[in-house]
Design a protein around this ligand. Structure first.
Ligand code: SF4
Length: 166
């Protein structure tokens, strides 16, 4: 990895942008996300900024059991987020449907069937500290993997270009 890439990595780790979406929850998990923003947990002190602009996001937080209205919409939202990016599901609903998983329910969990999910935070609902810890642990790994992938691709392109010249 080049020095520029290492610097980019360091800067990104101190400015993690999070977008969040509710795909059919009871709002219990959403309240825990809101608690992260309140003074008690103050998520911004860790360099995590929550907003709802997917084009500026690094992490997508997902709550809810994935109702049929989200068919295609979640995938579209995911596609709007630029690389490097990762999705984290909050609570039991995106994993199993939780309280909504009963006959006749128009839900389609797990969310990982619809978009790639990097981490699940189980619980009904999980605690704000678990949400913050997961973001802080996952984001640096995602950023580093992305820079390593780019470095590998650049090296491969250079190698091919050299091979073509010979
Ligand atoms: S996991 Fe529990 S608290 Fe969270 S949305 Fe589902 S039912 Fe509500």
């Amino acid at each position: 990895m080049s020095i520029i890439q290492s610097i980019k990595n360091k800067v990104r780790q101190r400015s993690i942008h999070v977008c969040y979406v509710n795909v059919g929850s009871c709002n219990g998990c959403d309240i825990e996300i809101l608690a992260c923003l309140a003074p008690r947990y103050d998520i911004e002190q860790y360099g995590i900024y929550v907003h709802n602009n997917p084009r500026e996001a690094d992490i997508l937080l997902i709550t809810g059991a994935y109702t049929e209205q989200w068919e295609d919409k979640l995938k579209h939202l995911w596609d709007l987020i630029p690389e490097p990016k990762a999705a984290i599901t909050i609570g039991n609903c995106p994993i199993s449907g939780c309280a909504y998983n009963r006959r006749g329910a128009r839900i389609d969990p797990p969310v990982s069937k619809h978009i790639p999910v990097a981490a699940n935070i189980p619980g009904c609902p999980p605690r704000p500290t678990e949400i913050i810890n997961t973001i802080l642990e996952l984001a640096p790994v995602v950023f580093k993997d992305y820079e390593l992938k780019k470095a590998k691709e650049a090296a491969e392109t250079e190698r091919k270009a050299k091979g073509a010249k010979k």
